[in-house]
Design a protein around this ligand. Structure first.
Ligand code: V47
Length: 357
């Protein structure tokens, strides 16, 4: 058996070079077998999901990321920019239902201020007092703090006092400023993204991390991305889940980059499970990768399927993902787990089990 494989099975941490070699040379079945062993050591036979809904307040965005199919300029026909009352009306639709999480993300609106976002979080908290609020990517938070001329830790503390409980993993893309210059030139730097998450973790605000892959980046870039996440997690322990996001090419300026195959999606999931030995959960985000790949990913390192969604997000359908109205019932999510011989568990936003099915 190869040295790297022995290390992995012995539960030893692999190096960046070993990770790169896996990306370059390891075949799907060997990666899958190793990732599944690690996944079962960490999460047993469990597949986690939650009852969640997204609120996307606006797709008006000051950034011009080349991979984005979602952003519009103010006043363009397909733009939207919900007022606070309209956002509260969306939240109101879920009052008294069984959802446990609201995930709020949108474009970086050129004028909305930190006060506006504080009112947003406070209002949603009033309407949905028992629902976990996971809101705003590091990019949104960075811009809010900049506009308010506050350190990001202070902006986060203010939002936390209004009811913000965790932050989602978006905006990470590839944590390399050379790649960022090519695909998201106006976005926060790699260090800036990490700084926001570090500040959140220091205040007890847990977060997720994503990686948008399969465009202009190399395997070296992916490894460095993972290395920076693993290093931060060693220091703070604040990441709950890692979510690899395959780039979708429809309706954006990076279409020429193509899209990776399902085999590469599964290889990537497995390598991430093997390398990120300190991030407890790996999410197969089905509105993006589709239900079939998400179900397969459960045997390649993933243990989490996000949630019921209730047709509340547009980011992926606008970029060409198959599911134009992403929505699943608890029964459907459970059935997907069971078909793969796993045990479905409803969780809360911090991965505490609510109910085993
Ligand atoms: O940061 C944008 C990605 C992300 C495209 O934390 C694209 O639980 C593929 O972060 N093709 C936002 N991806 C979504 C996100 C997320 C989603 C689900 C759960 C969680 C969580 C976080 O979507 C962006 C960007 O990386 N994205 N455009 C595209 N064309």
């Amino acid at each position: 058996m190869k040295t790297t494989h022995k290390k992995i099975l012995a539960g030893e941490r692999i190096t960046a070079d070993e990770c790169l070699a896996l990306y370059r040379t390891a075949a799907l079945p060997e990666l899958g077998a190793m990732a599944n062993i690690l996944r079962e050591r960490l999460n047993g036979k469990y597949v986690y999901f939650n009852r969640n809904v997204h609120i996307e307040p606006t797709n008006v965005c000051a950034n011009r990321c080349l991979f984005c199919s979602y952003r519009r300029d103010e006043g363009q026909p397909e733009s939207w920019d919900l007022s606070l009352d309209e956002i509260f009306a969306v939240a109101q639709q879920y009052a008294g239902t069984d959802i446990t999480e609201v995930h709020i993300v949108g474009g970086v609106h050129p004028r909305h201020t930190l006060d506006f976002y504080e009112e947003m979080v406070s209002g949603v908290r009033r309407i949905l007092p028992n629902v976990h609020i996971k809101a705003f990517t590091a990019e949104e938070l960075w811009q809010m703090a900049q506009r308010a001329q506050l350190p990001v830790a202070d902006a986060l503390a203010r939002l936390k006092s209004c009811g913000l409980q965790s932050i989602p993993g978006g905006g990470a893309e590839i944590l390399d400023d050379g790649v960022r210059a090519q695909i998201c030139p106006t976005k926060v730097s790699a260090q800036g993204w990490l700084e926001v998450h570090r500040r959140a973790h220091e205040q007890g605000v847990a977060s997720n991390a994503t990686m948008l892959y399969g465009h202009v980046e190399t395997y070296e870039h992916r490894v460095r991305h993972l290395q920076q996440l693993r290093d931060l997690q060693d220091k703070t322990g604040g990441f709950n889940a890692f979510i690899p996001l395959k780039f979708f090419k429809k309706n954006n300026s990076l279409s020429g980059a193509g899209e990776v195959s399902a085999v590469e999606e599964l290889r990537n999931m497995a390598v991430c499970r093997i390398f990120l030995d300190n991030i407890p959960h790996l999410k197969a985000y089905w509105p993006m990768c589709g239900k079939a790949v998400a179900q397969l990913a459960l045997s390649f390192g993933a243990d989490d399927m996000d949630g019921t969604i209730d047709d509340s997000t547009k980011i992926y359908s606008m970029a060409g993902a198959d599911d134009k109205s992403p929505k699943m019932t608890v029964d459907e999510l459970c059935e997907m787990a069971r078909q793969s011989r796993f045990i479905p568990v409803e969780r809360d936003s911090l991965y505490r089990p609510i109910k085993q099915y």
